[in-house]
Design a protein around this ligand. Structure first.
Ligand code: ADP
Ligand code: ZN
Ligand code: ZN
Length: 745
């Protein structure tokens, strides 16, 4: 027997397979997806690989033998392996990076923990600042990041410190040993949810609008046909009920379902609706699970005990067999695109799986992405629309407040307009709830000196630091770098340091000043990093006498509180001002989503959008809840300026600590592209090589090339060449190639 083995090469992220003989004593256990150790090179060093095929014969002679197997079972099924090979080719990564997506963390080490661990500072704030500066100077970046995170928030789960704050488990251990931090454990319930907690529900009788979609879905499901459907349904039109009934049908056919939602809307409320309907047949996968919980869920799915997987982006890779439907709710959400390698888009992966398995792909949104809506209008998806709220519920009345008049006409310099203040007051009197949205955490957005104009920037990133009043710190929202607040200008020594812009902390203070008896809850990264933070705040908003929920993006999605009758968008302009061709699309969707939180119960809702550009078209469309008019206008602009869906934008980014090396490398790629046959043909515009808008993040310089081309697939071979050349050369400079990236900074 022959085995094609793909080697795991740590230096090069390109895969090459080699043929090996399978010795008799291994022939029974050798299988596709099995990890192996094989001799390689002149010296026959043992390297790790994975079996990707077991052909009868090889075209080569004198093959070496596989030395041993690693583990007792294949790491993935032949099917998943195929998917991973597709991902590695398409998204410029190694097979190993792709396989990592499909295996729960800690699989190799064997997970058994039944506790969640939390960290806290064991030293004073002043000491902590000193310690972490010393750590930074000595190059212990991971340790410094951990202390910085704990300077901002108490009680952070270790998994968060590692996954989101740039720490490592080794660094945590070291800090604990040195006495800088303490770690506490808490026993956890190993079930990801407790079924008894959830009220059982059964299918509702569908409305006419729902019935049309459900009937169509049922036909496709019964026929076992690959169908691609885009459902546009206004907020509260009952999309979720459509999902539930389609999943029920799929289960009736003996098949299984994947239900994806953006991480941010994976709230207990959301989970409740699926567990309420399908009980313990549901597995829920989200980032707050501990390694052990994740591992348990993964195994349950693998053993076939689960019929429905509900989860964020990564759940598309769950080892679910026999998939009958894949649903992506809020398909326009950025979080469906991975911004780290492998830089996949979940819609593409879902589409691929649905095609291979002859399953139904259902995308849904109140505000579909312009590209997918265009695709639907051009036959890629069957389009369905639900234009009414369930039970004739009215969409909220949206009014626009012109903030230019606040200071001069109304003599009001509060970030809350008089109109919004009076509406909040009404709500407090009527014991109705209010949600306020502001897209900026912290207290102010930047700090600068009134005398010399110096803006206080992060030393590692080329961006301004944010003032956090609660802890009297300045913090970089890109890398987490944190310092004590300054009282004098670091450049000229002047005492006149001023805080500009408005963050959630400042609004919280303002609300307390204006409405001293109101219950105000703030929900942003700073308040939700603590253990159970997110859930705790939402529970309080629901149950106790909290009146106002103030927050960042976190308050805009998925919340279904019937008592909320007023929504305020505090600074519409920050969303519109982003320098990206998708700014209008994102703003429209954001305003629609957040306004859609109001009036979901018996009482009608109202929303207020504060802006300095009251005549902005996007704001007007959002005010009128008019997606179609928005889309018609937007697609004309996209066509005129040649933006997606009329082209693909490819971002080739070089990053590294050595500025000259980064620059030179990026320029080399630029000239290679210019010389290629695609340049001037398929590639019709090239911007750069040039410094990225944010030139430095975490001490890494960033140079990039933006390509506009008709279709990424056409120039894929050229991009592969660039990628493979880089991987072979082992430069200290990193390279990433990203098609239609979310962030253009
Ligand atoms: P969407 O997902 O489109 O925002 P939801 O599915 O949350 O809308 O529906 C809004 C509300 O209407 C929910 O409280 C839901 O339970 C209710 N609802 C939806 N469809 C029906 C139906 N056919 N019969 C009764 N209630 C329904
Ligand atoms: Zn100064
Ligand atoms: Zn920074």
């Amino acid at each position: 027997m022959i085995a094609k083995v793909l080697l795991n090469n740590k230096e090069q992220n390109i895969d090459k397979s080699f043929d090996y003989c399978v010795p008799d004593f291994l022939s029974e256990k050798a299988a596709v997806g099995m990890r192996v150790r094989v001799p390689f090179g002149f010296r026959n060093n043992l390297v790790e690989g994975i079996i990707i095929d077991l052909p009868e014969k090889s075209e080569f002679e004198n093959l070496k033998e596989i030395k041993s197997l690693i583990g007792t079972e294949p790491v993935c099924s032949p099917e998943i392996l195929k998917l991973c090979l597709w991902i590695s080719e398409k998204y410029f990564c190694s097979l190993y990076q792709a396989i990592k997506l499909t295996t729960p963390p800690g699989l190799a080490s064997g997970v058994s923990e039944k506790t969640v661990k939390y960290a806290n500072l064991a030293i004073s704030q002043t000491e902590a600042f000193e310690v972490k500066e010393k750590l930074r100077v000595s190059g212990a970046v991971a340790r410094a990041r951990i202390i910085e995170a704990l300077l901002m928030t108490d009680n952070i789960p270790l998994s968060k410190l590692v996954k989101e704050r740039g720490g490592t488990y080794d660094a945590i251990k070291a800090l604990e040993k040195l006495g800088y931090i303490t770690i506490e454990s808490e026993r956890i319930e190993r079930a990801a949810y407790c079924e008894e907690k959830y009220e059982k529900t059964v299918a509702y009788t569908p409305t006419e609008e729902q019935k049309t979609v459900i009937d169509y879905l049922n036909t496709a499901i019964d026929a076992g046909r690959n169908e691609k459907i885009l459902l546009r349904g206004v907020t509260g039109s009952g999309k979720t009920e459509v999902f539930l009934q389609a999943i029920e049908r799929v289960m009736g056919k003996g098949k299984n379902a994947i239900m994806l939602v953006p991480e941010i809307s994976l709230t207990p409320q959301m989970v409740q609706r699926f567990v309420g309907r399908f009980g313990n047949k549901v597995a829920v996968i989200h980032s707050a699970l501990s390694q052990g919980e994740r591992f348990d869920q993964w195994n349950k799915i693998k053993r076939g005990e689960v019929r429905v997987v509900v989860g964020a982006r990564s759940a598309i890779f769950a080892p679910l067999q026999n998939i009958g439907i894949i649903i992506l709710d809020e398909e326009h959400e950025n979080s469906y695109k991975s911004e780290t390698s492998p830089r996949y888009h979940t819609i593409d992966v879902a589409e691929k799986i649905a095609e291979d398995k002859k399953a139904v792909l259902l995308l849904a949104s109140a505000t579909p992405s312009v590209s997918e809506y265009y695709n639907a209008n051009n036959g890629k998806y069957t389009l369905f629309e639900m234009k009414n709220r369930y039970n004739e519920g009215r969409l909220p009345e949206v009014s626009i407040v012109d903030m230019r008049g606040e200071l001069f006409q109304n003599k009001n310099n509060s970030p809350l307009s008089l109109k919004l203040q009076s509406e909040i007051r009404k709500n407090l009197e009527n014991k109705e709830k209010t949600i306020l949205f502001l897209n900026r955490r912290g207290y102010s957005t930047f700090v600068s000196c009134r005398e010399c104009g110096e803006v206080i920037n992060c030393p590692d990133c080329s961006i301004a630091m944010t003032y956090h009043k609660k802890r009297e710190t300045l913090s970089c929202h890109y890398c987490g770098y944190t310092i004590p607040n300054v009282t004098s200008c670091p450049a000229c020594g002047s005492k006149h340091v001023k805080y500009f812009g408005t963050g959630t902390q400042k609004i919280e203070e303002e609300l307390k000043r204006l409405f001293p008896t109101a219950g105000v809850l703030r929900m942003d990264t700073d308040t939700t990093s603590q253990k159970g933070g997110h859930e705790k705040i939402l529970d309080m908003f629901k149950n106790e006498d909290a009146d106002i929920l103030l927050g960042t993006q976190m308050v805009t999605k998925g919340l279904d509180f019937h008592e909320v009758t007023l929504v305020g968008v505090l600074a519409a302009d920050t969303a519109l001002a982003v320098d990206d061709f998708r700014a209008n699309e994102r703003s429209f969707s954001l305003f629609t989503q957040v306004c859609g939180r109001a009036g979901r119960g018996e009482k009608a809702g109202r929303a207020i959008i504060q802006t300095y550009q009251p005549f902005n078209a996007t704001i007007k469309y959002a005010q009128n809840h008019d997606y179609e008019a928005f889309y018609k206008n937007e697609i004309i602009q996209r066509k005129r300026l040649n933006y997606p869906p009329f082209c693909d934008i490819i971002c080739i980014m070089a990053t590294g600590e050595d500025l000259e090396e980064v620059k030179t490398f990026c320029e080399e790629i630029g000239s290679k592209i210019k010389k290629s046959k695609f340049y001037g043909n398929e590639i019709f515009a090239m911007i750069g090589p040039d410094a990225a808008p944010i030139e430095k993040i975490r001490n890494n310089y960033r140079y990039r090339i933006l390509l506009k081309c008709k279709n990424e697939e056409k120039i894929h071979p050229l991009l592969r060449e660039v990628y493979e050349e880089h991987e072979k050369s082992r430069k200290k400079t990193f390279l990433s190639i990203d098609t239609n990236p979310i962030n253009m900074f």
